[in-house]
Design a protein around this ligand. Structure first.
Ligand SMILES: Nc1ncnc2c1ncn2[C@@H]1O[C@H](COP(=O)(O)OP(=O)(O)O)[C@@H](O)[C@H]1O
Ligand SMILES: CC(=O)OP(=O)(O)O
Ligand SMILES: [Mg+2]
Length: 390
């Protein structure tokens, strides 16, 4: 029995999964190195047991090496047949998983300026995996792919048409998460899955997706992973006139990039933290204001996507904030009774799977991006080497 390793190299963490290769991969372990930097933490979870180790300073390369070493005993000599990678940006032409070739990796490198917090780390994960597991099939699963079927009005900006042809489009991200949620709806709530559903993926990065019969028709993120919701450190929706103004004030592209990606959002507004847990626990008025801005924008985005769908049959919350932050859900939904959205306060406080008290179901579904990556790797194994999953 061979194994699949999944890699999700993000801006501040690396997440891995270890799966027995099968049509539906069987999870054996998952792990992450969190808080990459001066005081990183290694977590491994297997067979219901979780161990946490403070590992001190670690960058992406060191973190990945620690994860691979920690998983080695669990492999028990079994080979890694495929490594599945989360790649945030695939550009206009990629609408599903791809086996990574040197040419494709070079092409994906050119998209790094569109996702500077993610794409370079995703690709260094690919290079590290190629060196560590040279015999494994390397497979990419893309955040953008799930959204490639957007109708034109939701895929374009109102720029001269040549920019659309040149790839300046509303891509949308978090597609692995939305793919997983669409799959869970199809199995657990087939009646809702056939209808109009908004999924709010609220993590360190945050976006919302409008699903019509399980397909993405609109997303709050656009060309880059900056637009839409304010995030941990990203600005979210911003009048482009502000960027022009800042340029006129003499800020360089690099300085504006750092401002919009790393110093804004919850961190910039609160001046305290990018972390929703910290803000909800704080007594500082700036923390409350940052949360209020987040929940106000969340309500606006839900309203906007409900219009894009022409109605709403269900709302789903996922991601670290979506799954756990009851006050965030409550503040946003307090504005949305007119859509038939009403919370059951006790169910909401308990992060229950169904938290509605009104006519439109409101669900909390933990996401699993790793499983979507593992499935992509398993399918690539079946086509490239049919005996590998036996
Ligand atoms: N119990 C909780 N209450 C409020 N926020 C939480 C809770 N647990 C996690 N979060 C928030 O979720 C966010 C991280 O989400 P996650 O989906 O894990 O991030 P990533 O995008 O890095 O995968 C952080 O802002 C964190 O504070
Ligand atoms: C695309 C994106 O924002 O990803 P993440 O939530 O992992 O930062
Ligand atoms: Mg995330």
């Amino acid at each position: 029995m061979s194994l699949i390793l999944t890699l999700n190299a993000g801006s501040s963490s690396i997440k891995v999964g270890l799966y027995a290769a099968a049509d539906e991969p069987r999870e054996e372990a998952r792990g992450q190195v969190e808080a990459l930097g001066p005081a990183a933490r290694l977590e491994i979870e297997t067979g219901g047991e979780r161990t946490v180790t403070e590992i001190g300073p670690a960058d992406h390369a060191a973190g990945l090496a620690r994860l691979v070493a920690a998983l080695a005993p669990l492999r028990a000599g079994r080979p890694i047949a495929a490594v599945g990678h989360r790649i945030v940006h695939g550009g206009p032409d990629i609408d599903g998983p791809r086996v990574l070739t040197p040419d494709l990796i070079d092409h994906l490198d050119t998209l790094s300026p569109l996702a500077p917090l993610h794409q370079p780390h995703n690709l260094s994960g690919v290079r590290a995996a190629l060196a560590e597991f040279p015999d494994a099939v390397q497979v990419a699963a893309f955040d953008t792919a799930f959204h490639r079927g957007h109708p034109w009005v939701n895929d374009t900006f109102a720029l001269p048409r040549r920019f659309y042809a040149a790839g300046v489009r509303r891509y949308g991200f978090h597609g692995l998460s939305y793919d997983y949620i669409a799959g869970r709806l199809a199995t657990d709530h087939p009646d809702l899955a056939a209808g109009r559903v908004i999924v709010a993926h609220l993590g360190n990065g945050a976006s919302l997706c409008a699903l019509e019969a399980g397909r993405s028709v609109a997303s709050t993120m656009g060309f880059s992973a900056l637009d839409g919701m304010p995030m941990g450190t990203r600005v979210g929706q911003l009048d482009p006139g502000v960027v022009l103004y800042l340029m006129g004030q003499g800020m360089t592209a690099a300085e504006i990039t750092r401002l919009l990606y790393s110093e804004s959002g919850l961190k910039g507004l609160s001046g305290i933290s990018h972390d929703m847990r910290v803000l909800l626990a704080s007594d500082a008025p700036e923390a409350a204001e940052a949360v209020a801005y987040f929940t106000f924008r969340l309500a606006r985005e839900i309203g906007g996507l409900a219009a894009a769908l022409g109605g709403l049959d269900a709302l789903v919350f996922t991601g670290g904030i979506g799954e756990h932050a009851a006050p965030v859900r409550a503040q946003a939904l307090a504005r949305l009774g007119f859509l038939g959205l009403a919370l059951d306060p006790a169910a909401n406080a308990a992060n229950a799977p169904a938290i509605h008290a009104g006519p439109v179901p409101i669900l909390v579904i933990p996401t699993d991006e790793e499983r979507i990556i593992a499935r992509a790797a398993a399918r690539a194994l079946l086509t490239s080497a049919p005996d590998q999953t036996k």
